[in-house]
Design a protein around this ligand. Structure first.
Ligand code: GSH
Length: 209
């Protein structure tokens, strides 16, 4: 059995944040498939034995279960001594953008994609609202990346791995990423890191249509 086990599935950008970190740090890890679209995260067994919050990703290391992608990234940064903060200022900057990501960027992108791509609701007032939120968060990110190569400064950190979580799913997102050149260049810089893989090449897919 691998040292690190990650409860995940390919469609989950939240899980991709952790999977990409494990991959880029060359840690010994294996995916544990979560049958999300058949309700596994909502089952009493999953909530009792894996994550009381009923979510993926979950990282298991030395028998302990870690949940919330931001916490998992922080834990792995410390374990691998990579992509973590090197000063108090950097720690706060990473936290600031990770919180912005969780609340504004990923939250709107993930919900919009879920509704359009998997729940197949078509366009509704809810998708319109979520797209507006996503575009606003993307514009803020675009402006920020005009000033520096990576989210927290000159080098990649876990804040970048958090914020890019959903952005490699392309057309599935339901928002047009054209018109964000800084964002594209930043995604290319992450993609160029040794070992980088697309979410569907890192984790088993769960959606069967
Ligand atoms: N804030 C959490 C969000 C995780 C999350 O929402 N994961 C989704 C899969 S992409 C999930 O498991 N959702 C289950 C549900 O909402 O019922 C994190 O960053 O880990």
């Amino acid at each position: 059995m691998a040292e690190y086990r990650l409860y995940c599935f390919g469609e989950s950008g939240h899980a991709y944040k952790a999977a990409l970190m494990l991959q880029l740090c060359k840690l010994d890890w294996e995916p544990v498939f979560v049958d999300f679209f058949n309700g596994e995260t909502r089952s009493p067994e999953y909530r009792a034995n894996v994550n009381e919050m009923g979510e993926a990703p979950v990282l298991v290391h030395h028998g302990k279960f870690y949940t919330q992608s931001g916490v998992i990234l922080d834990y792995l940064a410390e374990a691998a001594r990579k992509f973590g903060p090197k000063s108090d200022g950097e720690r706060r900057e990473i936290l600031r953008w990770t919180l912005f990501d969780n609340h504004k960027l990923t939250a709107s992108l993930a919900s919009l994609r879920y509704l359009l791509q998997f729940a197949k609701t078509g366009e509704t007032p809810v998708t319109e609202f979520l797209r507006g939120r996503a575009m606003n968060a993307l514009k803020i990110t675009e402006g920020h990346l005009a000033k520096q190569d990576f989210v927290a400064g000159k080098r990649a950190t876990i804040a970048d791995l958090s914020m890019c979580g959903y952005l490699y799913y392309g057309d599935e997102l339901g928002v047009a990423l054209e018109g964000f050149p800084n964002l594209h260049n930043w995604l290319d810089r992450i993609r160029a890191m040794p070992g980088w893989k697309h979410p569907y090449d890192l984790m088993p897919r769960a959606y069967r249509g």
